[in-house]
Design a protein around this ligand. Structure first.
Ligand code: GDP
Length: 445
């Protein structure tokens, strides 16, 4: 049995409430060294016997000069988050108070919890899979409704089930190939069917991988760079998109020297706008730094809003810049700004000044990510899962590469593919990978 750990599970700093958590065999022993209430009287053994799990007790935490009115809940193994005995104590959210309560528990014998140690124990105790643990982390870190929705599919095991089913299919085909070593003639028909199954499966995995780019955007948001020559209205457009005045708008050419990044959530999708200095050929030193940043922002972005002044149109300089951007394979949306001056109403005509056409840009930017119901779909959002699926796909491709590939080689590829899929749930995973996953958690989770 693992030793008992303790930590604060609420954010550091003062607040209304702090929750101090314990996990391990001696959780209750340590907590009861300091916690007293009238429902729980008698010796330690008597109290441990009479305490009702999952019930909240109001009492006092007594330690040194502390006489803290608090709540205590005992979660009895295996009915707890980690599968082990746990105790949670709710106290006032004072920094010093929290520190002292925690040090009391350390004094009693608890050890400080490491990052994600509770969730790690839950994983090790079979309470959740590795991908479900990643889903929990993802819920905590979600910055948009779409990210949250995708996180729940991961945390609730929906993605895991899809991967599990794929693994089952591979196992069935593998059994056919293995049987064919001994009975090649009887299995000929089964093998043809098995290969067809593998082919379908390959398509499914490729489909999941194809959607993972969308998954990345759901999780981290869409990065949008606003580029164009000076004075076309980039800063004004940024403000209009953000819906509030943030960047400084000025009519002097080339004053937006730095790159500003601002994020919003639009209809459940996170958008990060990278405002940029104007792209201009003949630039002074300071501005050329801005221009370098512009290009950096442009190449980091998922989408580039290239702004033109509609009353001027596209200049030769714009053409050259756009060609350069297109050559990097970047997605570009041309914005014809200052449409209020020209009165034009063509597609992508916008007036940063009046706000005309701004909503349409936002719809266009988020449309790709929003298409389809995020709730009902398997969207891969984790880099680790993308890698595992790519490996599985590579082995399935190799298994199907040649029509007359020997069965034992196919079987070997199938085992490798199975192993790669097993990494997602954590069934087939190294300690190192587990360490890496949980190091991303905070202490107390
Ligand atoms: P930037 O250098 O590309 O960032 O351009 P700014 O946003 O600083 O705008 C340059 C000038 O154009 C400012 O005087 C803005 O008020 C003006 N401007 C920006 N957008 C519009 C627009 O849609 N219509 C009109 N009439 N003026 C605009």
């Amino acid at each position: 049995m693992a030793y008992t750990i303790a930590s604060v599970s609420t954010p550091s700093g003062s607040g209304a409430i702090s929750i101090v958590r314990l996990c391990g065999e001696r959780s209750l022993d340590y907590a009861l060294c300091f916690f007293h209430c009238k429902e729980l009287s008698g010796s330690l053994e008597e109290v441990k016997k009479s305490i009702t799990p999952s019930m909240m007790y109001l009492g006092r935490f007594k330690y040194k000069d502390i006489f803290e009115r608090c709540f205590l809940v005992y979660f009895k193994a295996p009915k707890s988050y980690t599968g082990e005995d746990m105790v949670e104590i709710q106290i006032h959210g004072g920094v010093k108070l929290t520190q002292l309560v925690l040090s009391a528990l350390f004094e009693a014998g608890a050890k400080p919890a490491g990052p994600g140690e509770y969730t790690r124990r839950a994983f090790l105790n079979g309470k959740l899979s590795l991908s479900e643990a990643e889903g929990i982390l993802s819920i905590i870190n979600a910055e948009s409704e779409s990210a949250l929705s995708a996180s729940y599919r991961l945390a609730n095991g929906k993605i895991g089930q899809t991967i599990e089913r794929m693994g089952e299919e591979i196992k069935e085909v593998l059994a056919v190939f293995e049987a064919s070593f001994d009975y090649p003639d009887e299995m000929a028909e089964e093998i043809v069917k098995g290969k067809e199954e593998l082919f379908k499966l390959k398509g499914k995995i490729a489909g999941l991988l194809a959607g993972s780019e969308r998954g990345r955007k759901i999780k981290s948001g869409i990065k949008v760079a606003i580029a164009g020559r000076p004075n076309v209205g980039k800063s004004s457009l940024l403000n209009a998109l953000l819906g509030e005045e943030r960047a400084i708008v000025t009519s002097e050419a080339g004053t937006t020297r730095d790159t500003v990044s601002e994020s919003i959530e639009y209809q459940g999708v996170k958008l990060t706008f990278l405002d940029t200095a104007g792209i201009r050929e003949s630039a002074g030193l300071v501005e050329s730094i801005g221009i370098q940043r512009t290009f950096k922002a442009v190449y980091q972005a998922d989408v580039i809003l290239y702004v033109l002044d509609d009353s001027v149109g596209e200049t030769l300089e714009d053409k050259a810049t756009l060609e350069d951007i297109y050559s990097k394979g970047k997605k570009v949306i041309i914005i014809n700004n200052k449409a209020d001056l020209t009165g034009k109403t063509s597609q992508n005509s916008v007036s940063a000044l009046t706000g005309e056409g701004v909503k349409e840009i936002l719809d266009k930017l988020t449309g790709e990510v929003k298409e389809g119901e995020i709730n009902g779909e398997d969207i891969i959002t984790e880099e680790r899962h993308i890698l595992a699926l790519s490996t599985a796909l590579k082995h399935l491709e190799s298994a199907l590469a040649m029509a007359d590939m020997p069965e034992d080689l196919i079987a070997e590829d199938l085992r490798e593919a199975l192993k790669a899929l097993g990494e997602i749930s954590g069934r087939e995973v190294s300690e190192e990978v587990v360490d890496k996953v949980f190091s991303r958690f905070c202490v107390g989770k």
